[in-house]
Design a protein around this ligand. Structure first.
Ligand SMILES: C[S@@+](CC[C@H](N)C(=O)[O-])C[C@H]1O[C@@H](n2cnc3c(N)ncnc32)[C@H](O)[C@@H]1O
Length: 274
């Protein structure tokens, strides 16, 4: 669908739509603009009608969050909408508390769910290698609480399971090294990730954007939006938005399925006056 509105999706990963300007660190897709968002958003003031980012804010150090949100504010037109999606700290903590209460009252069957919720809370912050403990959990041939994990992760669960299954048990297409396109960035990353100094490798990994650096709930995200200058903050749902035709873009929701059910969805507006 063509749209006249200028729409920006930051840290898009694999979740993007052709009607949007999509930005990430690196991508094999040439339509995606490569940049480190911690160095600013590479567009002039008041360029976009909508700025959207999903599961990226928590990847930035807490000290960088306000600057980043001010950058979002800067590139938005007055009257424009920001939509921010983050893992919902309150929801995860409530789930942890519920499981703890159940385990304390003897419900041993909650054991695997408890392990999973601890992974959700800590693994993305604590890991020093890609995928961390979560990858190990999801790589098991039989995930003991598949339905529970699916309810927490939504469709990303199926996508990740399939990816890991192919990696672990599938037949890998053998690509000749000469047929692969080697860019300078890929070469530098390859060399960096193979440097045999543990401390360097961990540091390099911790800066590559995969780990969580902080978490948010509706209180702290609302405060951050207000501090950045936004107004009319509101909690939305995966399939509700001020953005016209939101569901047609299939960024948070597709065919009745929420991509990331563990999320908090918030929207706000850039005021006309400063
Ligand atoms: C968890 S993924 C979320 C992807 C997608 N938005 C979604 O909701 O599925 C986080 C994305 O943010 C990107 N990212 C993290 N830090 C970044 C940075 N400093 N600059 C640009 N992109 C970054 C990562 O490359 C990754 O694609």
């Amino acid at each position: 669908m063509e749209t006249e509105k200028k729409l920006l999706n930051l840290g898009c990963g694999k979740r993007y739509h052709k009607d949007w300007v999509n930005v990430d660190f690196y991508s094999d897709d040439k339509t995606i603009i490569s940049t480190n968002l911690l160095n600013g958003i590479p567009f002039p003031d008041s360029t976009f009608d909508v700025v959207y980012h999903s599961h990226i804010l928590e990847h930035f150090p807490k000290s960088e969050a306000l600057n980043f949100m001010k950058e979002c504010y800067r590139v938005l037109k007055p009257g424009g909408t920001i939509r921010v999606v983050v893992p919902d700290l309150e929801r995860i903590v409530n789930e942890y508390t519920r499981l703890m209460a159940g385990l304390k009252s003897g419900k041993k069957e909650l054991d695997a769910d408890y392990d999973w919720i601890l992974l959700q809370l800590f693994d993305q912050m604590a890991r020093n290698v890609t995928g961390g403990e979560e990858k190990k959990y999801l790589s098991q041939k039989h995930v003991p609480n598949e339905e529970y994990v699916y309810a927490q992760m939504g469709d990303s669960f199926r996508e990740l399971r399939q990816f890991l299954f192919n990696q672990n048990y599938g037949v890998q297409p053998k690509k000749s090294i000469f047929k692969r396109k080697i860019t300078l960035t890929k070469l530098i990353n390859f060399v960096k990730s193979h440097v045999p100094i543990k401390e360097y490798r961990i540091g390099n990994f911790r800066l590559n954007g995969e780990t969580h650096q902080w978490m948010y709930d509706s209180y702290s995200l609302n405060r951050l939006l207000l501090n950045a200058g936004f107004e009319n903050t509101e909690v939305a749902q995966a399939n509700t938005s001020r953005v016209a035709n939101w569901n047609s873009f299939e960024l948070d929701f597709k065919n009745g399925v929420v991509y990331k059910p563990d999320s908090l969805f918030m929207e706000a507006t850039k005021p006309y006056k400063n």
